[in-house]
Design a protein around this ligand. Structure first.
Ligand SMILES: C[S@@+](CC[C@H](N)C(=O)[O-])C[C@H]1O[C@@H](n2cnc3c(N)ncnc32)[C@H](O)[C@@H]1O
Length: 351
């Protein structure tokens, strides 16, 4: 009887936590908007500071008690360390919190958080159930009248934030990938499909000087904002119409936003364009088979719902086996998988 009550109590608090879970990313968004991570980091000092001391650096007229409330909840989720001494609470950044600190190029995971919590995206979250009722239209489009990428490119500030968010995630991933994956050897002309501002190509070319030509291919309005990069030509277009030719094709974080039919179509076109022995190198989040409670599985499942809600109701995170099957279905006889990063997996399809 006591056991039953105990388990019921646990169930109730677990549900109370779930019911209010939105507070966590919104608190995260708030501290980023207030520039708290950089203020604590302070050039690497990361010394514990009270809410009032943090505010003195970023917003002297702000309310310290309310900032402390945000810091407390985020400490509970591992973003800050809480140092409690003589009744005073002070906060420093954990390793998780450090991912929000801008590097020498101004990049961090902070832009990704900000990008995900813009008003237009928040409106779509209220309509997630519509992706079940009728998946022909994404919740984002229902909420905002237009598909997300088409919407972003019409709003310069959204477009810019999207590019910064992509760079903030891509740059640390590419560092790790280029250490652990050697499949670019021998490539002379590389095409990046959906390459955004060209950060991935910049890093690949830096590591592989033998690649003497590269094309960063993305929507015209996206490449219009991309900075010049030596040996890279920015080409605007639509991957569903045509893909520029190269002896290897790189696609990162794009197929996830496509239905199975669209993936097949794109991969089939890549297969046609590639010379014999040419590679299609794909980096996408890969779903585990189990729905366990690890941070990795949760991050992958959560981003899958984000995909369904914002970009493509029938786009999805796929398992390794689903990628293998896609490759086979469009005629790639060789398939290799590289686990170089906990979130993104590298899939190499060779003709
Ligand atoms: C999630 S972002 C990934 C960006 C980049 N590959 C990276 O990993 O940082 C997806 C990219 O696909 C581009 N994209 C979406 N639809 C496209 C289309 N029809 N043709 C070409 N690019 C497209 C977007 O503009 C965006 O830059």
């Amino acid at each position: 009887m006591v056991e039953k009550q105990e388990s019921r109590n646990q169930a109730i608090v677990a549900m109370m936590e779930l019911a209010n879970m939105t507070n966590v990313p919104m608190a995260l968004n708030a501290v980023i908007r207030l520039n708290v991570p950089d203020a604590i980091w302070h050039g690497g000092a990361n010394a514990p500071l009270s809410a009032a001391q943090i505010l003195a650096r970023v917003r002297p007229d702000g309310d310290a008690e309310n900032l402390q409330r945000l810091l407390r909840v985020l400490s509970s989720y591992g973003v800050f360390h809480e140092h409690l001494a003589a009744g005073e609470r002070k906060y420093s950044l954990t390793h998780v919190g450090e991912t929000l600190v801008a590097d020498e190029r101004g990049l961090s995971h902070a832009h990704y958080v900000l990008q995900h919590h813009q008003e237009e995206l928040m409106r779509a979250w209220a309509l997630v159930h519509e992706a079940v009722v009728d998946p022909r239209k994404e919740p984002f489009e229902r909420a905002n009248g237009e598909a997300a990428y088409r919407y972003y490119v019409k709003k310069p500030e959204m477009n810019e934030l999207m590019q910064k968010a992509m760079s903030g995630i891509s740059v640390p991933f590419m560092r790790v990938m280029l250490e652990g994956y050697d499949g670019f050897h021998g490539v002379e002309k590389l095409v990046d499909v959906g390459g955004s501002a060209g950060d991935c190509l910049r890093m690949i070319l830096h590591k592989h000087p033998s690649i003497n030509q590269a094309i960063n291919f993305d929507l015209p309005q996206v490449v219009a904002n991309a900075p010049p990069i030596p040996r890279v030509t920015h080409v605007g277009g639509d991957m569903f119409k045509t893909i520029p030719q190269g002896d290897a094709i790189f696609i990162r974080w794009v197929l996830t936003g496509c239905t199975d039919e669209e993936c097949k179509y794109i991969m089939q076109n890549c297969h046609k364009i590639l010379p014999e022995g040419g590679k299609l190198i794909v980096c996408e989040p890969a779903l585990p088979e189990d729905s366990d409670e690890s941070h990795r599985t949760r991050a992958l499942l959560a981003a899958d719902i984000f995909m369904m809600t914002m970009y493509r109701a029938k786009g999805k995170h796929r398992t390794e086996e689903q990628f293998r099957q896609l490759g086979i279905s469009v005629g790639f006889p060789h398939f290799r998988v590289f686990h170089v990063d906990p979130f993104f997996t590298v899939f190499e399809f060779q003709k």
